[in-house]
Design a protein around this ligand. Structure first.
Ligand SMILES: [Mg+2]
Length: 276
């Protein structure tokens, strides 16, 4: 495979191939490692993800998954437990509030913010009032997701929901996070950028690769751009997984791949070049 990489992205790619032991590879889960499905509870990882991440995992400093979902859900849907080569995988869940380390098997899960219980109670009434009772509420523990994908007019429903959900969130000192046919209500101050940055510091990574597909990934893409511009010589590569419906995200990335299939192909190629 050949990639049309330039400037900073090309530097990162060269460093990744030459000094893989300095690299942190971090990926979003839904739409990046796992195909988007109508039912978020069955959004299993692409069948080859574990194997290919494991191959690369043998050579790089750290492989991580940075997701908006609870860690337990993603560890299960990803089949990440006990995968060869992912012995030191880190999964940062709920935008970095939760953490799972494959090395220890330990879960870190702080209690949910106060307002979530109240929002959970009020949400069905609000949806019924908007005649959107068919929206699927995803229980995320520290957050609640409202999915419009299964409604007859998803975009219309999305547009009608954003305002009222924002108002509901604000009344309980929470914020909304718009995503791809999902709106989440969660606590302030959690984002993938901060999660990625703290992991970069912890690992001491000199080369940072981040792959994502959705609006919630933009803070992490921005952190990669900041790191490589901060004069410390850190290199960075931003990969966007595009599945057709989110083309505008490509502007935030150096390399665009065709959904989870494309990302697996990229990782497979990387592993081969690294001799694993
Ligand atoms: Mg995603």
């Amino acid at each position: 495979m050949t990639y049309d990489l330039q400037g900073q992205a090309l530097l990162a790619w060269d460093q990744l191939l030459t000094y893989p032991e300095t690299a942190l590879l971090a990926f979003d889960f839904d739409g990046t490692l796992s195909p988007i499905t109508d039912d978020p509870e069955s959004a299993y990882a692409h069948p080859e993800v574990g194997a290919v991440l494991g191959r690369v995992g043998h050579r790089v400093a750290q492989v991580a998954v940075v997701t908006g979902r609870p860690v337990r859900t993603v560890v299960e849907l990803g089949g990440f437990e006990g995968t060869a080569g992912l012995d030191n995988l880190v999964v940062l869940g709920q935008y970095g509030v939760e953490r799972w380390d494959a090395t220890t098997g330990q879960h870190v899960e702080p209690p949910p913010p106060d307002g979530i219980a109240a929002v959970r109670e009020e949400l069905p009434v609000l949806l019924a009032g908007l005649e959107l009772a068919g929206a699927h509420i995803e229980e995320k523990g520290r957050a609640l997701g409202v999915h419009v994908r299964r409604l007859p007019d998803p975009q219309g429903a999305y547009d009608r929901l954003v305002g009222p959900l924002k108002h509901l969130a604000e009344r309980h000192q929470l914020v909304v996070e718009p995503g791809r046919q999902i709106i989440e209500i969660r606590a302030q101050g959690m984002d993938k950028g901060a999660a990625l940055r703290s992991l970069v510091d912890e690992v001491g990574a000199r080369c940072v690769v981040f792959g994502g597909d959705d609006l919630g990934d933009i803070p992490a893409f921005d952190v990669v751009a900041e790191l490589r511009d901060d004069g410390t010589g850190t290199t960075g590569l931003r990969i966007c997984s595009v599945s057709g419906e989110q083309g505008q995200m490509a502007g935030h990335a150096d390399l665009v791949v065709d959904g989870p299939d494309g990302l697996v192909a990229f990782l497979d190629d990387l592993a081969s070049r690294l001799g694993v």
